[in-house]
Design a protein around this ligand. Structure first.
Ligand code: AMP
Length: 474
């Protein structure tokens, strides 16, 4: 469906054309008319589906339609969990709104207050903010929200996981009760339902089947003992053309170790996690986007929403805590209908999560082994700490990640399910592209948003900790 039928302001239409958007994506087709009418809205949509424009376009149109109202005042507040997401949303506003006089300012921690204060005091129609820093600006009188007409809560479940619920509740106190609220979330746990109940008025629900991963991504599992993961990773990378590879590790310390190892192996690599300063994070992302960095090793801070155009491979060095997070991680590749590969190194501890992921995909994920790799190599003494289970760094387990009697004697072919009796590792098989995910296709406007109850993340995933908190694992 084209954008014409929405009858958007000609200046916004022009922005769309300049951005090269011709057809509305399914979330846009479903959400834009609802948002244009001023309804409250709850949206579940996969990352990479055009969710940002789905709320930015109606915001721009509606602001222009009432442009005489409250000139120079902040009329839209967008709250999002991470600085990178804030910048990304800001860029989409700048891109689609470039032929409009509307301004947007970003507000997040890790950088100086003063430039943000100046931008806010100068007047901006739209604020894109992370919760903590926004509250600082509210307290200092820099951000005035009493003319806000539209509140967007983006990646709401992520914000709750990061412990932002009290901040969000406080922020809502500063926003007029009479407003339009749009909330986007992947899952709907009870705390979020409460927030919805308190902050929204009979919202329309749009579900785009969040459980379904992009059909353009091929999935593969690489069973391996924990202590051999880094060696296997290097071997895997050697066998592929490494242009733009995003690797996820469970903790920032493990991310740093992987970076070190890959740099030694000759790859231009950087880490992206909460212990990095904002300028380091921005630099790493810019370098990665421009192709100067081949590999970015990130914790889940980077799992949501980051729009990096052409990631060829996502490698889960550590499997995520939940199937939902898996979907978000692999949402970094295969974006905008490009193909991509999602490779996951797995140990037997990961079986339950693998089963959850396979449920979402609707079929088993192909297991592969790497020819010529020594799966039976024993852990070197110095590797013991590294071999510890990532869920509990520093824990010296039995070190037989496959649960066998002796470390290193296990057969990776036997990981969960039928052994690969053919002998030859199943490297050649056609990738599991598409995965026949159970996409709902048509938006279910009236039904409850697609809950991913069974797949919801484990509570160990940093609940209650801000990701920008240097004490967090991320
Ligand atoms: P998002 O899910 O908002 O992060 O968007 C993912 C990517 O799709 C971004 O690079 C957008 O610029 C792009 N995109 C969004 N909507 C459209 C559209 N209607 N046509 C083409 N590309 C789009």
């Amino acid at each position: 469906m084209g954008f014409k039928s929405f009858k958007l302001d000609p200046r916004v239409e022009k922005g769309l054309q300049a951005a090269g958007y011709e057809k509305a994506t399914p979330i846009q087709a479903a959400a834009i008319p609802v948002a244009l009418e001023g309804h409250d809205l709850i949206g579940t949509a996969q990352t990479g589906t055009g969710k940002t424009a789905a709320f930015v376009l109606p915001i721009l149109h509606n602001l222009l339609a009432k442009s005489q109202a409250n000139p120079g005042k902040t009329r839209v507040l967008i709250v999002t969990p991470t600085r990178e997401l804030a910048e990304q949303i800001h860029e989409v506003i700048a891109k689609l709104g470039r032929f409009t006089p509307l301004r947007s300012a970003t507000v997040y921690g890790g950088v100086g207050m003063i430039p943000q204060e100046r931008a806010l005091r100068k007047g901006t129609e739209i604020i894109v903010a992370c919760p903590g820093r926004l509250l600082d600006h509210i307290k200092r009188g820099n951000a005035k929200l009493d003319h806000v007409e539209v509140l967007i809560l983006d990646e709401a479940d992520r914000m709750l996981d990061m412990g932002f619920l009290p901040s969000i509740q406080q922020i809502i106190q500063h926003v007029p009760a009479k407003r339009q609220t749009m909330l986007f979330s992947a899952t709907f746990e009870p705390a979020l339902e409460q927030l919805i109940h308190k902050s929204m008025r009979t919202p329309k629900k749009i579900s785009m089947g969040i459980e379904a991963p992009a059909a353009t991504v091929a999935h593969a599992l690489y069973p391996v003992n924990q202590h051999l993961k880094t060696n296997l990773l290097v071997k895997l990378l050697k066998e592929m053309t490494v242009k733009s590879v995003l690797i996820f590790s469970r903790t920032k310390h493990r991310a740093d170790r992987v970076v070190e190892k890959l740099e030694k192996a000759g790859y231009a690599t950087a880490g992206l996690h909460a212990n990095k300063s904002q300028s380091q994070r921005k630099h790493a992302l810019d370098q990665f986007r421009s192709g100067k960095l081949q590999i970015l090793v990130a914790t889940d801070i980077a799992a949501r929403g980051l729009d990096i155009a052409s990631i060829s491979h996502v490698i889960n060095f550590d499997i995520p805590d939940s199937a939902t997070t898996y979907i978000h991680r692999i949402g970094r590749t295969g974006r905008a209908a490009k193909t991509g590969d999602a490779l996951t190194l797995v140990t037997p501890e990961d079986r339950a999560i693998v089963r959850d992921i396979e449920k979402i995909l609707g079929k088993p994920i192909e297991k592969r082994t790497v020819e010529g790799f020594d799966y039976h190599e024993k852990a070197a003494p110095s590797e013991h700490t590294h071999a510890a289970h990532p869920r509990s760094e520093g824990f010296h387990g039995r070190n037989n990640a496959f649960g066998g009697a002796a470390a290193g004697r296990s057969n990776p072919y036997n990981y969960g399910g039928a052994p690969n009796r053919g002998g030859a590792p199943s490297r050649s098989g056609a990738p599991n592209r598409g995965g026949a995910p159970s996409r709902s296709g048509a938006p279910s406007r009236s039904g409850a948003p697609s809950r991913s109850g069974a797949y919801s993340r484990s509570s160990a995933a940093g609940k209650g900790q801000g990701y920008s908190n240097s004490r967090s694992r991320y």
